[in-house]
Design a protein around this ligand. Structure first.
Ligand code: ADP
Length: 285
């Protein structure tokens, strides 16, 4: 990514311009949903992608932004190859558009060699995240779904602080270890005064494809119980569904809007819960 358009004295010029641009871009987006998790591997990116696809399938204009510098998985999951266009003069990045009409952008789409792994040094990471979030031309959107880096360190902190007015969607798995990490995420939201839209329990139970009986894989209900204890909304539980793994690996997401197996109906519950909760917020504001 190149430097901001104007080169000031280094005492606030470009930063102020970047802040203004960020503010202007975010103003055009009705709801910013920050999908986060206390640790990696709980299915945060999968939930972000299918939530965005589900909202787009219902006719909303939706953007999906992948801010994970180390393991960007959204382009692979959506089968997006090639590079995002940059309007050189305006220094604006144009998201790619999937065949589902979803606008999507990942840091990886700006790298000269998409296959190479980049070693980002601390301060550079923060600068890149800020610039990346500020300089995307999303246009008018109903929802921007943000796949935030995992954990509660500097990277998710930069994302959360850059996206004014974001609502957190916290993803967890049912086990106790993962739940301990979620508590940290919730603490993080509290400190940043970022409202939590709700909790999603992923990989929650499995239906045996042979006998149709439930299998207790990682347990079930831990996320829901925690949400209740903490007075948070529980958005949905998504069961284990091995088709999700294969679909992501092949870059061909499932059409869960019309799917009646395993994860399908649960993802539709998640989309509906997000629509209900955000509508309540709009009325309340
Ligand atoms: P994270 O973003 O938290 O690191 P990912 O979304 O990359 O996690 O998911 C990690 C792995 O788990 C991927 O292989 C993904 O396909 C798989 N996965 C996610 N959700 C489910 C699910 N409900 N059932 C089965 N596999 C899942």
């Amino acid at each position: 990514m190149s430097e901001p358009a104007s080169q000031g004295c280094g005492h606030g010029g470009p930063d102020l311009e970047q802040e203004q641009r960020l503010h202007d871009n975010l103003q055009k987006i009705r709801f910013k949903l920050l999908v986060m998790s206390g640790k990696g591997g709980v299915g945060k990116s999968t939930v972000a992608a299918y939530l965005a696809l589900g909202l787009a399938a219902r006719g909303y204009s939706v953007g999906l932004m992948d801010v994970d510098l180390h393991g960007p998985s959204i382009p692979r999951m959506l089968g997006l190859k090639g590079h995002a266009k940059v309007q050189e003069e305006a220094q604006l990045i144009e998201p790619m558009v999937t065949r589902h009409g979803l606008k999507a952008l990942s840091v990886e789409m700006l790298m000269p060699d998409r296959e190479s792994s980049v070693i980002w040094r601390g301060p550079l990471k923060i600068g890149v995240i800020k610039q990346f979030v500020a300089n995307v031309d999303w246009g008018r959107l109903d929802f921007l779904v943000i796949d935030s880096p995992p954990g509660t360190g500097d990277e998710p902190l930069t994302v959360a602080q850059s996206v004014e007015g974001a609502l957190a969607v916290v993803v967890t798995t049912p086990q106790e270890m993962a739940l301990a990490d979620v508590r940290k995420s919730l603490d993080f939201c509290r400190q940043l005064e970022m409202p939590v839209l709700g909790v999603v329990e992923n990989m929650s139970g499995l239906t045996c494809p042979h006998c149709g009986q439930p299998v207790d894989l990682l347990g079930q209900g831990g996320g829901q119980a925690m949400a209740q204890r903490m007075g948070l909304d529980f958005l949905a539980r998504i069961p284990w569904d091995s088709r999700l793994v294969a679909a992501s690996d092949q870059g061909q997401p499932l059409d869960l809007e019309h799917d009646h197996n395993a994860a399908g109906p649960h993802y539709r519950d998640l989309v509906q819960a997000v629509l209900n909760r955000t509508a309540e917020r709009r009325q309340g504001s």
